[in-house]
Design a protein around this ligand. Structure first.
Ligand SMILES: [Zn+2]
Ligand SMILES: [Zn+2]
Length: 279
């Protein structure tokens, strides 16, 4: 199987090093394709999203690199788009306006029903815990349900090509607030699988939690992936690299794990389209 990395963050957002450094490293590591997916600007103050003032140079730079390296590696232009109801811009507008090759849709900030503030579940543990108390009065079921509701709404209304780290909400749980085998939690996973199956979205198997030692499992893991296999939902492997050295982190292990589950193929972006390739 070929090597690829479609979910990467450079110095344009919260990643380290310039895009070209990723390309050079990608060539060294034998990648066939590399895609850039900086966190798209959002109208909320964050330490990780790209500044609106940088979007044009980002697009221009990636497109130039695409041309410069066309004989060595496939370079793709993307964005990791946050979905926040009533706040984020339409994914199809982003794709059309900036000529993105594909979109990765993720939820990092969860809207609580009656609150203005957002629950940041991908940051430090303290933010997770404080947000859970403050915005959801410590009701983890309510908070996790709000997260998946947003993920589901994103898939249904925004049709991202790839669904980013679909169960990221478990990262800061660390077995403290709920069990991932709880019936209500499995029910939320099932509901998400239903809409993914219907929409034909691609599920990324995100390895970042493992190699950054923030999670002992993939996003998503066992149950969800077995269901993807059963339901013929396409999957791809993402390292969510924030440094050139991370492009293929935990790639082989994930590939072997998918084979163990029974997957015979993964979805790859090749020559401008998503295709199925033997694993
Ligand atoms: Zn993300
Ligand atoms: Zn990411």
């Amino acid at each position: 199987m070929t090597y690829f990395s479609y979910h990467t963050h450079s110095s344009y957002c919260d990643g380290k090093e310039n895009p070209e450094d990723y390309i050079k490293q990608g060539i060294l590591q034998g990648l066939r394709a590399i895609g850039f997916s900086s966190h798209a600007p959002i109208p909320v103050a964050t330490a990780w999203a790209m500044k609106t003032s940088n979007i044009d140079s980002y697009i221009q730079e990636i497109n130039q690199l695409k041309e410069k390296y066309k004989n060595e590696i496939e370079v793709y232009l993307s964005l990791e788009l946050d979905y926040i109801p009533g706040v984020s811009k339409s994914f199809s507008e982003w794709k059309k306006n900036y000529g993105l090759d594909y979109t990765i849709g993720s939820v990092h900030l969860v809207k609580a029903e009656s609150e203005e503030e957002l629950w940041f579940l991908d940051g430090p543990d303290t933010n997770y815990t404080i947000g859970l108390q403050k915005l959801f009065k410590g009701d983890i079921k309510k908070a996790v349900t709000a997260y998946f509701k947003q993920v589901i709404e994103m898939i249904e209304t925004q049709s991202p090509d790839v669904v980013g780290h679909v169960d990221k909400v478990k990262m800061n749980n660390k077995g403290r607030y709920f069990s991932e085998t709880d019936e209500w939690y499995i029910h939320l996973l099932d509901k998400s699988l239903d809409v993914i199956e219907k929409a034909g979205s691609i599920v990324e198997v995100n390895t970042r939690g493992i190699y950054k030692k923030k999670s002992d499992k993939l996003f998503p893991d066992d149950y969800f992936l077995k269901q993807c296999h059963k339901r013929n939902i396409d999957v791809t492997i993402s390292s969510d690299a924030h440094h050139p050295k991370e492009l293929l982190c935990y790639f082989e292990e994930t590939r072997n794990y998918l084979k163990l589950i029974g997957f015979e193929s993964v979805t790859v972006f090749h020559k401008g389209e998503w295709i199925i390739e033997n694993i």
